[in-house]
Design a protein around this ligand. Sequence first.
Ligand SMILES: [Zn+2]
Length: 98
Amino acid sequence: MSDDHDPEATLQEWKESMQAEHAEAIAEPDPDADHTIEGVAQVSYRMTFDYDADAGELVRASTEQVDDLADPELLSCVCGVRGMTREEARQHLAAAVE
Ligand SMILES: [Zn+2]
């Protein structure tokens, strides 16, 4: 800790302390908590629409899946640790089963 009030240095210190807390939460899971890794992923579809002249509205005509379901880049744990890479999530569960 320094006594000067350089905002850049303060921000840097804050980032480092957040990163240290994050690393600690990953490496030292709460033994009393449940640990299940979760994430949200999306699949894209190409859709076509027809014009329903009677209703004056577009109606969905077809959907075609254009990519495969891929694992999300960032994962979280139900114990509250968020924003983990796949490797960090692996380490978190590995530490939890020890
Ligand atoms: Zn956890």
